[in-house]
Design a protein around this ligand. Structure first.
Ligand code: UD1
Ligand code: CA
Length: 453
């Protein structure tokens, strides 16, 4: 069988994160670290991906449901973690790529490159190394005078001289499967952390006279391991920069990339312009020629072409072509805003459909409403959708005109082309083309100051 298998280590607690959740589920650019690694492995062409879970196993299993999962009951070290996959790999031959769940910047290109070098070298084990500006915390790659890899020494076990080495173990390796598991059985735990270290496999194989090899990453950033919140923020910054550059190269204008926050899976069409302090999160997609921001946030929103939005927060909703929104607009889940709708100042829409070309220009609350096309909602009109126990829907027909400061008390409907007089509280259905007036008649009392006396 061709192709390779990956083992992704994700059982550690990540003590240094000081978190109730497993470290590998902390997000970088909107995606869990271990998910970044799994996606890179898949894109590189892995034919099987096995994730070793332990701390918070169920949480990790849920997040990475598309991988094979094996549980490491006690976290006794990276070598012990890999050993847990042995039963699953009994009938396999060839290359096993070991990846760490805490290296979110890894790319599929680098995984491929490592596999190619491993194959070319004919080694039993190839470790991916990188030159780190600050190697603190990493295992150091110790080479012989001839330049061959002799061993890897963990930071906590290293001498002063070894700590001065800036070439580090990325925690990413290719192994010949048979050699890996036979060497793992010899790995001990007589070290500073009392753990079974996976990197010890390299020196064990070397002592047996097997060939081991090191492949150097061109860009150390791709191999950054995240052990702390500070490193999480560093990884976040690098990935955001990578994403923003790719978007600009594809024809998107970012007025200030440093203050624009776009998750990795977000798609944006060309000639869209994004103003500062704008967040585009999760599965958001944006069409062409839009102007978004400043100070807007979109989470899991499908946005069409030529949409304008400033000072808007929208989540889990759909916004069609040509819609203009803002300032100060909140579009809540399950809302569908059709083409050319205008949503103005201080408006909230929830679980509602707003039909083509309708106008919500100022101070509306539209909740649980099915609104047709060409509707004009006067300033301050609201749907009264909740009686304290149950939510009810409001229906507003095409081309209806709802006067300012009206309450539509659901369940209620306003027919096509109907009018509602300003200041009305509508509790009964309004037939099409009728005018509904539901307010007390005005009475003027002349010469009031005299009468007051
Ligand atoms: C590890 C390497 C180090 C390397 C660094 C690169 C070892 C002993 N050290 O150190 O040489 O420079 O990665 O980032 O391998 N894990 C398990 N089970 C365990 C222990 C860890 O699954 O029992 C997982 C963790 O969840 C993590 C990965 O293995 O995803 C690496 O563990 P971590 O504790 O972060 O190792 P480092 O100290 O960073
Ligand atoms: Ca690590």
């Amino acid at each position: 069988m061709t192709g390779f298998i990956t083992v992704i280590l994700a059982a550690g607690k990540g003590t240094r994160m000081k978190s109730a959740h497993p470290k590998v589920l902390h997000k970088v650019c909107g995606k869990e670290m271990a998910r970044h690694v799994l996606d890179a492995a898949k894109a590189a062409g892995a034919r099987r991906n096995i994730v070793v879970v332990g701390f918070g196993a169920e949480e990790v299993r849920t997040a990475l449901g598309d991988a094979e999962i094996v549980v490491q009951e006690e976290q006794l070290g990276t070598g012990h973690a890999v050993l847990q996959t042995e039963p699953l790999l009994r009938d396999e031959k060839g290359t096993v790529v070991v990846l760490c769940g805490d290296t979110p910047l890894l790319t599929d290109g680098l995984v491929k490159k490592l596999c190619e070098e491993h194959e070319k070298s004919g080694a039993k084990a190839t470790v991916l190394t990188a030159i780190m500006p600050d190697a603190t915390g990493y295992g150091r790659v110790i080479r012989t005078a001839a330049g061959d890899v002799e061993k890897i020494v963990e930071h906590k076990d290293a001498t002063e001289a070894e700590r001065a080495v800036r070439e580090v173990n990325s925690g990413i390796y290719c192994f010949d499967k048979e050699a890996l598991f036979s060497a793992l059985k010899e790995v001990g735990c007589d070290n500073a952390q009392g753990e079974y270290y996976l990197p010890d496999v390299l020196s064990i194989l070397r002592a047996r006279g097997e060939k081991i090899w090191a492949a150097a990453a061109d860009d150390y950033e791709e191999t950054l391991g995240v052990n702390s919140r500070a490193q999480l923020a560093e990884a976040e910054k690098i990935l955001r920069r990578r994403k923003n550059l790719a978007l600009m190269e594809s024809g998107v204008t970012l007025m200030d990339p440093e203050s624009t926050f776009i998750d990795v899976d977000v798609e944006i069409g060309r000639d869209t312009v994004i103003y500062p302090f704008t967040w585009l999160e999760g599965k958001t997609s944006v069409g062409e020629g839009c102007t978004l921001g400043p100070s807007s946030r979109f989470s899991d929103v499908k946005i069409g072409d030529k949409v304008t939005a400033h000072f808007v927060y929208a989540h889990e909703c759909e916004i069609a072509d040509g819609v203009t929104m803002g300032p100060f607009v909140h579009i809540r889940p399950d809302s569908h805003i059709a083409k050319d709708v205008k949503i103005g100042n201080f408006v909230e829409v929830k679980n509602s459909t707003v039909g083509e070309g309708s106008k919500l220009p100022h101070l509306q609350y539209i909740g649980d409403c099915d609104m047709g096309a060409g509707v004009n909602m006067g300033c301050g009109t609201i749907t009264v959708n909740y009686d304290g126990k149950t939510k009810f829907r409001t229906k507003i027909g095409d081309n209806a005109f709802v006067g300012c400061n009206s309450n539509l008390v659901a369940p209620v409907s306003v027919g096509n082309g109907a009018y509602v007089a300003a200041g009305s509280t509508i509790t009964k259905d309004v037939p099409p083309d009728d005018l509904a007036v539901a307010r007390a008649r005005q009475k003027n009392i002349p010469n009031w100051p005299d009468k007051r006396k």
